[in-house]
Design a binder for this molecule. Structure first.
Ligand code: PMP
Length: 375
């Protein structure tokens, strides 16, 4: 929020109070978790096509749990498939899939100088994928770049995947924090309607502000209800081996909110407040210097500042401003109280650059350097 806090949302507080007073047991829920949670959430994620017998959903411990469960299912059913991921991506993506035993393959995603998505080059790189390979896509609000596909790009991706038999694996961790709950998933819904097989890993941890409660879900879509039944049997067995049953509290909060029209409305309103604030901070930062201009069009919590690690070190040492070496910042950390000071510290560094700096190889590459060193 604008005071630099990560508050508990109003609807979450209300749902928690209700749970405390009304809950009568802590008995196990079962490996699928809170089934009503997954059903209600599916309406938010998939809209009019929420009830699809070709899709099975299961509650997971956060978006990370959903990614790992999907990875384990792939290891079981398609161990030779390779998962392709654009550079840069969330640094945890490669470890999650590699630790499950899958081969990961980086591909070009953005232009290092402009920071824009280069779809044609990306599809050119993906031409090396074999049928059955997996393509990891961020559903919206890309972490770390804030970039997003146009609807046209989603359509192209859909026909590309169909033509080559590639399976999209969508990581949707920020629905509603870009342009709106519906707007943020319009492209993903187009893609899902066009392809037979797909994975969707979802996190409620940002859009419900539930971070430490670890709330997520995995949906797997196949070409037929019969295959989906098979997936269901296997996925539940894999989940049993990973965590047996997911934690209850966070998913129960989301279920209570989505089941109650007044709480759901208040959640949507508070999410809109967070989104509006984020986008206002983006506009203010972008207006400070021409090389920051793309930040206005980017969406979600993150963007990468076009600065080098020395500048990052100077901002830390001289100004007490902290960010990771890649220059990635969390836009939510900015507010009217600190924006001017941030600009005063940053702008002299940007003045040295006549144009945008190219992102360094460190930013564009993965896996994490520490893992490389360890191996
Ligand atoms: N995917 C992306 C792109 C993320 O940024 C994150 C969290 N930083 C996750 C997945 C995982 O979310 P969770 O905290 O719910 O595990």
């Amino acid at each position: 929020d604008e005071n630099g806090q990560t508050p508990v949302l109003r609807a979450v507080k209300a749902a928690e109070a209700r749970l405390v007073s009304e809950q009568t047991t802590k008995a196990y829920l079962g490996a699928e978790g809170d089934i009503r949670f997954t059903e209600r959430l599916a309406e938010v994620v998939f809209g009019p096509s929420a009830h699809n017998p070709r899709r099975f959903g299961i509650q997971t411990p956060g978006g990370t749990g959903a990614l790992r469960l999907g990875a384990e299912l792939l290891t079981l059913g398609a161990p030779d498939s390779c998962i392709w991921m654009g550079s840069p991506t969330w640094p945890n993506h490669a470890p999650i899939f590699e630790d499950a035993g899958l081969l990961t393959m980086p591909h070009v995603y953005i232009d290092p100088v402009s920071g824009d998505i280069v779809l044609d080059e990306m599809l050119g790189a993906l031409a090396g994928a074999r049928p059955g390979d997996i393509v990891l896509l961020h559903g919206c609000c890309h972490n770390p770049t804030g970039t997003h596909f146009t609807l046209e790009a989603w359509r192209k991706l859909a026909s590309f995947c169909n033509a080559r038999g590639l399976v999209p694996f969508i990581d949707l961790a920020y629905q509603g924090l870009g342009d709106g709950l519906e707007e943020d998933v319009a492209g993903m819904r187009l893609l899902l309607a066009a392809v037979p097989n797909a994975f969707v890993a979802y996190s409620c941890d940002k859009n419900f502000g539930l971070y430490r409660e670890r709330v997520g879900a995995l949906w797997v879509q196949t070409s037929s209800p019969e295959l989906t039944d098979l997936v269901k049997a296997n996925i539940v067995a894999v989940a049993r081996g990973l965590w047996s049953m997911p934690p209850d509290h966070g998913a129960a909060i989301v279920r209570v909110i989505l089941d109650d029209p007044a709480l759901a409305k208040d959640w949507r309103n508070e999410l809109a407040e967070m989104r509006t604030r984020l986008n206002a901070m983006r506009m203010a930062l972008a207006a400070m210097h021409p090389v920051l201009a793309p930040i206005a069009e980017q969406r979600g919590l993150f963007s990468i500042l076009p600065i080098d690690p020395d500048t990052v070190a100077d901002l830390r040492a001289s100004h007490g401003i902290y960010m990771v070496d890649s220059g990635r910042i969390n836009i939510a950390g900015l507010n009217p109280g600190n924006l001017a000071r941030f600009g005063e510290a940053l702008l002299p560094h940007l003045a040295a650059f006549p144009s945008r700096q190219a992102l360094s190889d460190t930013v564009l590459s993965y896996p994490l350097p520490a893992r490389e060193a360890a191996s």
